[in-house]
Ligand binder design. Structure first.
Ligand SMILES: C[S@@+](CC[C@H](N)C(=O)[O-])C[C@H]1O[C@@H](n2cnc3c(N)ncnc32)[C@H](O)[C@@H]1O
Length: 494
């Protein structure tokens, strides 16, 4: 079906989270629905130019699997796209008439969040919330701040979330009838990360996941803005009993590419005792092997007596205390730019970041005593081969009594002090290994590495880590050498 071309200025697109779904992806999404009722009340929230409804209609017309009538409700806040949306709906009407399907539609030129929150919370007296059998969505993606109108509206129906897209999905879920179906394309960020935990709980308690689809290449992102975000497509059914098994599929993201499907026990996707409710998405053989290895490990960071924290120096709050170069009265301040292979390169005078922070009564609370610390970047660039990039702060190389770790780093420590050397080196090898990276990618689709993610990993026991550490005579190892060392020790500890 032909969808009218839209031209919206880029800043407006960003404000509205307006990134339209390409037709092949929309068709793929429509193909993911299970059997449909004879009469389908369809919801398309954040409809844009209507490609998702058009794809749904095409599927129904082509499949002819008994659907007799479609009643579409489309919500769109952008007045400039409504003509295109209406044109697409008229085309849907024509297609349906030719296929013997009754098609009716209503375009609501309204803010979906405000309108549905009011109706669901009963604020609009006498106006019951609508009910839908099917929903298809590519919701707008934008952060919403704590005191925004959207946040307040969502809070009034018990939805606490920091992004528009999760707000949309939470409302759509509430509008579905029992066994109603939802196919959505969203960023993958809700699958892990502490901020999305309430959303995951809400989602998984009201929607039964049937299928997840991932794209192997980041470039397959359909939102031009989201090079750092991976998108996923999910098919879920309104209900409270998660299935025993579900499908995870993947494709390269190119048009017409093969789709690989694998059936997994649901318990492998959301681990039964995981209080964070991470959604793991195994999408390659490497991921499956990584899971098996990590499942065989029994230690947690806490049982090792190790803690991981986010660097305590928030530089814009301590501007006056920062120095470009070390001087009397300062101590080293470390940023990710100081990572240099296995160790830190400090000072780095050519870097734009400060190298030092004044050690005063005021700043001391943000500093840590010198010692062996393992550092990881909180944000890796998409060019980096691994998501987890760990390096060592060695007090023999940078002589100081105190150190500042900046907020873009996570640091591993023992109750606020440095780690025992061999344990730290063993952890260095483990965290830089391919097996951990692959495991990490199962639940994290973006380039951010939260301290919570690192706490959620299983670790080898202390003896194994120390044995790895003792064997590391240098930190300057190739990826293959690290992997061989880690694999050898993990096999030995079984
Ligand atoms: C990611 S685009 C997807 C559009 C279309 N569904 C598609 O897949 O091509 C999201 C759409 O939601 C609209 N939108 C943003 N905020 C909205 C709101 N509060 N209520 C209704 N629509 C909204 C945007 O204007 C945009 O057209």
């Amino acid at each position: 079906m032909k969808i009218a071309a839209i031209e919206n200025p880029r800043n407006r697109q960003e404000e509205l989270g307006q990134f339209l779904t390409a037709m092949p992806v929309a068709d793929f999404m429509a193909s993911m629905f299970g059997p449909l009722p004879n009469t389908a009340r369809l919801l398309d929230a954040g409809a844009g130019a209507g490609s998702l409804t058009a794809a749904f209609v095409s599927r129904c017309c082509e499949k002819r699997d008994g659907i007799r009538s479609i009643d579409a409700s489309l919500y769109e806040v952008d007045g400039q796209i409504l003509d295109a949306l209406a044109a697409t709906m008229r085309e849907c009407e024509r297609r349906c008439t030719a296929a013997g399907i009754r098609f009716t539609f209503t375009i609501h030129s309204a803010d979906f969040i405000q309108e549905m929150s009011s109706r669901l919370s009963g604020d609009l007296f006498g106006s019951m919330p609508p009910a839908f059998d099917v929903a298809i969505a590519n919701p707008p993606y934008r952060k919403i701040s704590t005191d925004s109108a959207e946040r307040r509206a969502l809070r009034s129906v018990g939805v606490e979330t920091s992004n528009l897209y999760t707000g949309f999905i939470a409302l759509i879920q509430r509008l579905l009838v029992p066994s109603g179906q939802l196919v959505g394309i969203t960023p993958r960020s809700f699958c892990n990360g502490p901020y999305f935990r309430p959303f995951r709980e809400d989602f998984l308690s009201q929607l039964e996941l049937r299928r997840l689809h991932v794209f192997e290449s980041r470039k397959a992102a359909f939102r031009e803005d989201s090079v750092l975000q991976e998108n996923i497509i999910f098919h879920a059914i309104k209900g409270t009993q998660q299935p025993l098994e579900m499908i995870v599929s993947s494709s390269s993201g190119e048009q017409g590419a093969d789709v690989t499907e694998t059936v997994f026990p649901f318990a492998e996707i959301v681990h039964p005792h995981d209080s964070e409710k991470f959604i793991h998405i195994p999408s390659s053989n490497g991921h499956a092997a990584a899971k098996e290895t990590m499942d065989g490990l029994s230690a947690s960071l806490a049982s090792l007596g190790v803690t991981v924290s986010t660097g305590r120096v928030v530089d814009f709050r301590l501007k006056d205390a920062l120095r470009k170069e070390p001087e009397r009265g300062t101590v080293p301040l470390l940023y990710p730019c100081h990572f240099n292979g296995g160790t830190v390169h400090w000072p780095k005078l050519e870097a734009r970041k400060p190298n030092a922070i004044m050690d005063t009564a005021e700043t001391r609370q943000w500093l840590v005593p010198s010692g062996m610390y393992l550092l990881t970047k909180r944000f890796t660039s998409k060019e980096e081969r691994r998501r987890l990039v760990a390096c060592m702060f060695d007090p023999d190389q940078v002589k100081t009594d105190w150190i500042g770790f900046e907020n873009h780093l996570n640091y591993f420590h023992a109750s606020g002090h440095g780690l025992e050397r061999h344990l730290a080196t063993g952890l260095y090898a483990f965290l830089n290994s391919t097996v951990v990276d692959q495991y990490f990618r199962r639940f994290s689709g973006h380039t951010q590495v939260n301290a919570t993610d690192l706490r959620a990993l299983t670790y080898p026991d202390r003896d194994t880590l120390q044995a790895m550490g003792r064997e590391m005579t240098t930190l300057d190892l190739t990826q293959d050498e690290i992997d061989q060392l880690v694999t050898k020790h993990l096999h030995a500890c079984r």
